[in-house]
Design a protein around this ligand. Structure first.
Ligand SMILES: C[S@@+](CC[C@H](N)C(=O)[O-])C[C@H]1O[C@@H](n2cnc3c(N)ncnc32)[C@H](O)[C@@H]1O
Length: 180
């Protein structure tokens, strides 16, 4: 699917995603804290949050890095970033900025981040390998990336069963693994 169509899909999903943001934050809390710890998101760090959505993990990262640190929330959908900005303002955080664009086309200075995080995004990218090459360039030497992804349908009934029901009603079949 072309990047423009992917963007359009996520722009239309953004209001719903934002509405459920606090539920998602609670549901994802243990995985989020593990991701932040594994990426080394600590006081003073410069953090890139890829595929930020409405940004509940962005805000957690911003709280951890504090006033001396900084978090850039990046997403393909402008409407997601609108919600990040709104939520950061409401939380009184001034160390969050946003960057619109596909992760595959990331344009940031080489070596400009200490840590990259990506929660429930990487497995949805059109070209994850290209995005990871861009991440590698963005990270300083010794910088870390940590991501949260879903496993395969056999190991993830929570996602696979509703998906099977939706596919059945839509008269579609499950795409082969690795295809969208
Ligand atoms: C399932 S949501 C997860 C959002 C957020 N990280 C969270 O955990 O709440 C996936 C996000 O990935 C974004 N996205 C999808 N494809 C993308 C791409 N190629 N580059 C950057 N963001 C992308 C969507 O706009 C959406 O915000």
């Amino acid at each position: 699917m072309p990047t423009a169509d992917i963007r359009t899909q996520w722009e239309s999903a953004a209001p719903g995603w934002a509405r459920w943001e606090s539920t998602i934050a609670t549901w994802m809390e243990p995985a989020t804290e593990a991701m932040l710890a594994m990426a080394g998101v600590e006081a003073g760090a410069r953090v890139l949050d890829l595929a930020s959505g409405a940004g509940s993990q962005t805000l957690r990262a911003a709280q951890r890095v504090g006033a001396q640190g900084h978090v850039v929330a990046s997403d393909i959908a402008d409407m997601m970033l609108y919600h990040v900005q709104k939520n950061a303002r409401a939380a009184g955080l001034t160390n969050v900025t946003t960057l619109a664009g596909a992760a595959e086309d990331l344009t940031v200075s080489a070596g400009s981040f200490d840590a990259v995080i990506c929660r429930l995004g990487l497995m949805l990218f059109r070209d994850p390998a290209k995005a990871l090459r861009a991440v590698r360039r963005a990270l300083r030497r010794g910088g870390k990336i940590a991501v949260v992804v879903f496993t395969t349908p056999a190991g993830n009934a929570f996602m696979a069963q509703p998906m099977q029901i939706l596919l059945r009603h839509a008269g579609k079949t499950l795409p082969a693994l690795g295809r969208q």
